[in-house]
Design a protein around this ligand. Structure first.
Ligand code: HEM
Length: 138
């Protein structure tokens, strides 16, 4: 059980998490479809990403929103499953304070990615979450 976040521990977390993703019947094919043979390069980016998020190293340079917009067939259910596996892996490896920080941060990032990917103002109106008299239907 790790009591601190280090570059080495991030590598162990990312490796264990993506081993699960690759075996997952829903997530695996989506990732393999995009990443094909380039898992090493993907894992390298993810070490940088989590190093930036957890240690503030700023080593990750990229645009996750754009990358995820380009993934064919990615759904909300994929994000739910992604988070379940990530939270489980974080809980196995890190003491509770750090595991909880990882859960909170990954959930926030997932939320903002999903807003960018799936937010449809017309569907919200159709489901009447916003009262009719507040929104003029065009
Ligand atoms: C909180 C949830 C997630 C986080 C934090 C996350 C983070 C990232 C990051 C940082 C990258 C690297 C982007 C780059 O190349 O600069 C990436 C790539 C990728 N992610 Fe995610 N991701 C999440 C959820 C998902 C889900 C649910 C899927 C699909 C089921 C997914 C599939 C992919 C794929 C296929 C790539 C490679 C994109 C490419 O190389 O073109 N991700 N992700």
């Amino acid at each position: 059980m790790f009591r601190q976040v280090t570059e080495d521990n991030i590598i162990i977390l990312v490796d264990r998490f993506y081993a699960r993703v690759r075996q997952d019947t829903e997530l695996g094919p989506v990732f393999d479809g995009v990443i094909k043979g380039n898992w090493e390069s993907h894992l390298g980016k993810m070490y940088d990403f989590w190093s930036s998020v957890m240690l503030g190293t700023g080593r990750y340079k990229g645009n996750p929103m754009v990358k995820h917009l380009e993934i064919p067939g990615v759904s909300k259910a994929h994000f739910t499953q992604w988070l379940a596996l990530f939270h489980m892996t974080a809980g196995e490896l890190f003491e509770e304070t750090i595991a909880s920080e990882l859960r909170v941060k990954s959930s926030r990032i997932a939320e903002s990615l999903q807003l960018g990917l799936f937010y449809r103002p017309d569907q919200i109106r159709a489901r009447s979450i916003i009262p009719e008299d507040v929104v003029s239907r065009g």
